[in-house]
Design a protein around this ligand. Structure first.
Ligand code: HEM
Length: 347
């Protein structure tokens, strides 16, 4: 029965949308490939200590600059994207390498390499590893601890406090992203348990990959059925044939179309999402009652509130109840003030 499940990876929808819009890599969010993420112990400091690194490209600012002079900032620490081979291995301007697949395959849940996938798997019952901290209270598990490179992309107040591990190393960029990763890890495990119930003869390998296919298909469906219509609007969806079939399967998959992301889209256009960020992150109850909120800046690379019983689920309820920000030319100060994420001025 399960073999018949249609995975949209084989659909024209994917290849076309990637070719034409290069819209994100799954609910794959905004998975970019910067050399390192500013603000943690392993980040290059291109304005001083690491200026001589070949991947540093610091921008010196005029002392008369109307904006930056107010903050006495005279340099932007720009780190260049990792160089890659150009199409056809031809000489030409520097091209970038994308370290995650362009297909919407749930790589942020499972990793983009066998090594990461093996690290995340429990190798039992098709399950992903999880942290059973709240099981005795009837609450679902959290993500496993980030034990490899624990400081990378994570601000740790002490060495015995850990961030979380997931298929993409940006999982701890901000708490709510870690919440979405937690949701999909839980979903994978829910599907794997259900599959093993109806297929008791299946082993770990079969259960894992079938659960992965189903979870990836769910992500694809959310992307095309919910996310893209909101971002692109009905007209664009229709114009480019992106509206999902109501019945049957799509037969037009063309394997000759290159689905790679364009550098322009990933490094510039898709950053439109930064305008949507709220200043505070709300928590709501299962009965849709507002509980409380925190400043976004306090949750950057510090997902530790998830260790409080029930908070992960309250943040999830917040995600469905909090009103989204408009897409405009403004961005919240919570991510661009001095010492915060975009303090270099690169949005
Ligand atoms: C609280 C939420 C978010 C935070 C804290 C955040 C943080 C970051 C950071 C630190 C970078 C790297 C900046 C640099 O170039 O040095 C980045 C890049 C980027 N972000 Fe976000 N971001 C958030 C939400 C979003 C959303 C919602 C989207 C899109 C819908 C998005 C799209 C991108 C893109 C496309 C890049 C560039 C990727 C690349 O160069 O490869 N971000 N973000």
């Amino acid at each position: 029965m399960l073999k018949k499940i249609h995975i949209f990876t084989t659909s024209k929808l994917l290849t076309e949308v990637h070719k034409n819009f290069q819209v994100y890599r799954g609910v794959d969010y905004y998975y970019y490939y910067v050399l390192s993420i500013p603000g943690t112990a392993t980040d290059p400091r291109c304005c001083d200590r690491d200026a001589a690194l070949p991947d540093c490209f610091p921008i010196r600012l005029s002392p008369k600059d109307a904006f930056y002079s107010l903050f006495k900032q005279d340099c932007m620490s720009v780190v260049r994207s990792v160089p890659g081979v150009r199409e056809g291995c031809k000489f030409g301007p520097r091209a970038q390498i994308n370290t995650v697949p362009s297909y919407i395959d749930g790589n942020w849940v499972y990793g983009s390499s066998l090594e990461v996938a093996n690290r995340l798997r429990l190798h039992k019952g098709g399950l992903l590893k999880s942290l059973p901290v709240f099981r005795e209270f009837g609450l679902k598990d959290l993500l496993p601890l980030k034990l490899v490179d624990p400081d990378d992309g994570c601000i740790r107040p002490s060495t015995d406090l850990y961030c979380f591990d997931a298929g993409d190393l940006r999982v701890n960029e901000q708490l709510v992203l870690a919440v979405i990763h937690t949701l999909m890890m839980r979903e994978h495990n829910r599907v794997a348990v259900e599959l093993s119930r109806i297929n008791p003869h299946w082993g770990d390998e079969e259960l894992f990959h079938e659960a992965r296919h189903i979870t990836a298909a769910e992500i694809q469906h959310i992307t095309y059925n919910e996310y893209l219509p909101m971002i692109l609007g009905k007209e664009v969806m229709e114009k480019f044939g992106l509206i999902l079939e109501k019945h049957g399967y799509f037969e037009g998959y063309d394997p000759s179309i290159d689905p790679s992301m364009s550098a322009n889209f990933i490094t510039a256009a898709f950053r439109f999402g930064h305008s949507l960020l709220p200043s505070t992150i709300e928590r709501w109850s299962p009965a849709h009652k507002y509980i409380g909120s925190q400043r976004l800046s306090e949750l950057l690379r510090q997902p530790y509130d998830l260790y409080k019983g029930g908070w992960c689920d309250q943040f999830l309820m917040g995600l469905s109840n909090q009103v989204a920000q408009a897409m405009d030319d403004a961005i919240t100060q919570e991510v661009c003030e001095q010492k915060l994420l975009f303090y270099n001025g690169i949005f």
